[in-house]
Design a protein around this ligand. Structure first.
Ligand SMILES: C[S@@+](CC[C@H](N)C(=O)[O-])C[C@H]1O[C@@H](n2cnc3c(N)ncnc32)[C@H](O)[C@@H]1O
Length: 277
């Protein structure tokens, strides 16, 4: 009989430097240093086809931090962040714990490079807690069954589910709405969803051309930009808070929104509170 290691204790996937990975491409776009030649070449080709993609990445990271601050302001102290990315300070737990040191964060990602850097995500405040699960969002049941999840978070208190720039790596055949619903149904009352997603609404042809790089280079995941109504549909069962699902610069901006920024940021984002009905 073959021995199956318990969930969460499987050996990590080996790092393959020869195929581009979303986390490493994003790290390159953000000016990080954790990427290989294949990632850099794919990122550069994406920039050639859609030069504003770097600005989109920066705007997404900034949105994630604004959403985290908003949620802590609403009393949320627990986060499940799926599709964490390579640590880029300040990370989610740093943003949340700076406001309220008792915040708890469970991170999950399927890229072995993110796992290799997970230690940076586990250094939190003394009062708070963080944990890391190596997991795939396309298998939400495994995330929900991972021992670290409810060992770190309290099942009786609200949780903010963060899906920041991850669902566009899930193809329609993989049922992105269904996996969000599975995660939603496991959340305690009063929980939230914060989600951002690449769109093809702004410049459809260029968005398709840039996204095609992932397929042409046989990246670890394909990129699927979606129109606004599809992104809104992921909030089924949540009451979306103001200002709705909008281009990221419009979501609770810290200052005036530059009109040109709206041409550059090809992502929507929003926050919803779990409905009571
Ligand atoms: C663009 S980065 C976003 C990072 C971070 N959430 C942020 O918004 O700054 C997308 C992340 O999703 C992860 N990812 C992509 N597909 C995934 C999957 N099927 N399961 C888990 N993580 C995935 C990638 O490894 C990468 O770290």
């Amino acid at each position: 009989m073959t021995h199956q290691p318990p969930l969460g204790e499987q050996p990590p996937e080996p790092i393959n430097p020869h195929i581009p990975h979303p986390a490493r491409i994003y790290d390159y776009l953000l000016g990080g240093k954790d990427h290989y030649e294949a990632d850099r070449a794919a990122a550069e080709e994406t920039i050639r086809r859609a030069p504003q993609v770097r600005e989109s990445a920066r705007a997404n990271r900034a949105w994630m931090r604004r959403a985290a601050r908003y949620l802590v302001g609403r009393g949320v102290r627990q986060f499940l962040d799926i599709g964490t990315g390579i640590p880029t300070s300040p990370n989610l737990h740093e943003v949340a714990q700076r406001i309220s040191p008792d915040c708890r964060v469970v991170y999950a990602d399927n890229d072995p490079v993110v796992l290799a850097h997970a230690r940076a995500l586990l250094r939190g405040s003394r009062e708070g807690r963080t944990a890391y699960i190596e997991a795939d969002v396309r298998r939400p049941d495994e995330i929900l069954r991972a021992p670290e999840l409810w060992r770190t978070l309290d099942r009786d208190r609200p949780v903010a589910l963060m899906l920041s720039a991850i669902l566009h790596f899930v193809r329609d055949e993989e049922d992105p709405a269904g996996l969000v619903a599975t995660l939603r149904d496991a959340l305690p009352p009063g929980s939230y969803l914060a989600l951002s997603h690449t769109t093809n609404d702004i410049q459809p042809e260029r968005a398709a051309d840039a996204a095609a790089v992932y397929g042409e280079r046989r990246a670890a995941a394909l990129m699927v930009p979606r129109p606004r109504h599809r992104v809104e549909s992921f909030f089924a069962g949540f009451d979306v808070v103001d200002p709705g699902v909008v281009q990221l610069p419009h979501w609770h901006p810290d200052g005036p929104v530059r009109p040109r920024h709206l041409d550059e940021v090809w992502l929507y984002g929003g926050v919803g509170r779990l409905g009571t009905g």
